[in-house]
Design a protein. Structure first.
Length: 214
């Protein structure tokens, strides 16, 4: 086995600068801090440059579809599925709380408004040596990196969890997409409840089509 293969199997290597870490959590923290201008936090994916990351963030993966109003003569466009709409749909169909944390959906701090407000930092975020997040005080080398951080769900509630009752590990996630990626990775035994899980996701997909007309 080559050294490179050993790194891939036994350790976690940063896809941007190839530093090697003992665990995935440390590697992800490094990517968020050192490569924030080209690292997508929800997708846990590294891009070649900041422009590619911005294009990715504007894509359908992170932006709701644009739907034309069906009323005759209107012609206006409205947003499709937002993150909150998806969260609410999952909670509706996951009545037993298999993958959701119902109390956070109801009482969490980000539930006080209809949707998550997109926050942007300005040059005033400069603290003399770096750009600082006013929420968590993490610092970034550029304003672009700080705004990428603020535009992610990093400060949202962890609404989803990998259910221990169905062979999962109990890890919590802020977005449905992050939870789905965890399930598909096969890193824990959560695959055992795939039939129940798929039913919830299928119901959410049907509900989304009813809301958007697709």
């Amino acid at each position: 086995m080559s050294l490179s293969e050993h790194y891939e199997e036994a350790h976690y290597k940063c896809p941007g600068c190839h530093l090697v870490y003992r665990d995935r959590k440390s590697m992800l923290a490094h990517c968020e801090e050192e490569h924030a201008d080209r690292w997508c936090i929800p997708c846990k994916r590294m891009f070649i440059n900041a422009n590619n990351l911005r294009q990715h963030q504007r894509s359908a993966i992170h932006q709701p579809a644009t739907i034309r109003c069906p009323m005759k003569g209107c012609g206006k466009f409205t947003s499709g599925m937002t993150r909150k709409m998806i969260d609410d749909l999952v909670a509706k169909y996951d009545k037993r709380g298999i993958i959701t944390n119902p109390e956070r959906l109801i009482e969490g701090p980000s539930r006080s408004s209809p949707d998550v407000i997109r926050t942007w930092a300005t040059e005033r975020a400069w603290n003399g040596w770096a750009y600082e997040c006013y929420v968590c005080h993490k610092t970034f080398s550029s304003l672009t990196a700080l705004n990428a951080h603020l535009g992610s769900p990093v400060h949202g509630d962890k609404l989803y969890h990998c259910p221990k009752a169905y062979g999962g590990c109990g890890t919590e996630y802020r977005t449905l997409s992050a939870f789905l990626q965890h399930v598909e990775s096969g890193r824990c035994g959560v695959i055992r409840f795939q039939d129940k899980f798929r039913k919830i996701i299928d119901d959410v997909a049907k509900g989304g089509r009813l809301l958007t007309g697709y």
